[in-house]
Design a protein around this ligand. Structure first.
Ligand code: ADP
Length: 163
């Protein structure tokens, strides 16, 4: 049985993330979307919110599980018995960082293999940070995120506007 861990900040989960998760879940027996508690990023959603959004967006996918974590990724991978780390690669900008991280994880945990999936064409230019920016300015992002995420972004944008 092969368990794969797809780690990230998922702030919030987008259709690009979902596409990678679904494609990876076809290759492995179990796919865990691991949501890192404290990435070095300006977060829009709390850990609980990110987990809830990802859970609701994947509830119809039986091989996919969503779990929060706050330790180093390789430790979490050991804890959940993952043999594979899944990452997504967009055409521009992702390779160097993903390569560096894969090398580091290989050093920290030999035997844990990083498998990168090429982003699908329609999501090549989709990033959670761009989604957050567009949504907070009132842009329509419903084609790029799951329905529950579009609603949450709308609510959050309205809340932030009031502050
Ligand atoms: P991180 O904070 O580690 O960059 P993210 O949650 O932004 O994590 O992304 C997790 C993984 O998903 C990364 O490997 C990232 O490259 C990938 N990813 C993000 N957006 C897309 C997309 N539109 N298509 C494919 N992969 C993506």
């Amino acid at each position: 049985m092969i368990t794969a861990l797809y780690p990230g900040s998922f702030d919030p989960i987008t259709n690009g993330h979902l596409d990678i998760a679904i494609r990876a879940s076809r290759l492995f027996d179990r796919l865990i979307i691991g949501i890192f508690a404290t990435p070095q990023k300006n977060l829009m959603f709390t850990l609980e919110e990110r987990v809830e959004l990802a859970k609701a967006a994947t509830q119809h996918l039986p091989k996919i599980e969503v779990r929060p974590y706050s330790k180093i990724t390789v430790e979490f991978a050991r804890e959940v018995n993952a043999q594979v780390l899944v990452r997504g690669l967009r055409a521009i900008g992702d390779f160097e960082w993903e390569f560096e991280m894969a090398m580091m994880n290989q050093m920290l945990c030999p035997g844990l293999e990083t498998v990168c999936f090429m982003a699908s064409q329609e999501y090549q230019f989709l990033s959670a940070s761009l989604i957050k920016e567009v949504a907070s300015l009132g842009g329509d992002i419903h084609k790029l995120v799951p329905k529950n995420v579009a609603e949450a972004l709308k609510k959050k944008a309205a809340m932030l506007k009031k502050q």
